[in-house]
Design a protein. Structure first.
Length: 190
């Protein structure tokens, strides 16, 4: 009888520990941009409207991550920040890890009240082309993306660099402090 109790207790412990472990996973995009904490939380499902993306089968990732509030993270925060990236790889490996150059990298700040956004400020990353091997141009950007893993649903990695092209004259560049990490489910694979 005691062996049966021990086995029952063990089964219950495993069953109760699994949901607790799953709750500890942080989906979204987290780090420091422009000296401020950037926390774009995802609900962990591909239908999230604040953190979503597409994994590019030929190597790369395009995604949008905005800081939202609410249980399902459906409403932008009053002081809203958002990043938008389209990053690709020339001659990518079959599977991650790999680094990608971002041909589109943007950071936006705004005040959101109701359905209106005011005081919008945006920065982009410059893109240039340098001579490469075999006469091919090599695309370079101020933002680098590193994809650690992709399991067919969830993509994990980080980005770093600087957004050096303010869209309003007189504004300074926006540094990405260290690395900003991401982990979220993608909506599609193309």
């Amino acid at each position: 009888m005691t062996v049966a109790r021990v086995l029952l207790a063990l089964v219950l412990a495993v069953a109760l520990a699994s949901p607790a472990a799953a709750r500890g996973v942080k989906y979204g995009v987290f780090g420091k941009i422009k000296g401020k904490q950037f926390r774009a939380k995802s609900n962990g499902r591909p239908d999230d409207n604040c953190v979503y993306g597409t994994y590019l089968a030929e190597g790369g990732l395009s995604f949008t991550a905005g800081e939202c509030r609410g249980q399902d993270h459906k409403v932008p925060k009053e002081s809203f920040s958002q990043v938008v990236f389209v990053c690709g790889v020339e001659n990518p490996p079959k599977t991650p890890p790999y680094d990608a150059v971002c041909s589109v990298a943007a950071y936006v700040e705004a005040r959101v009240q109701g359905s209106k956004a005011t005081g919008q400020k945006a920065w982009l990353s410059s893109v240039s082309y340098t001579p490469g091997s075999e006469g091919r141009s090599v695309r370079e950007s101020g933002v680098r993306l590193h994809v650690d893993s992709f399991d067919g649903t969830y993509v994990k990695g980080s980005f770093s660099g600087v957004l050096d092209v303010p869209q309003v004259a007189g504004r300074s560049r926006v540094p990405i402090d260290g690395e900003v990490h991401f982990f979220f489910p993608v909506r599609a694979v193309q």
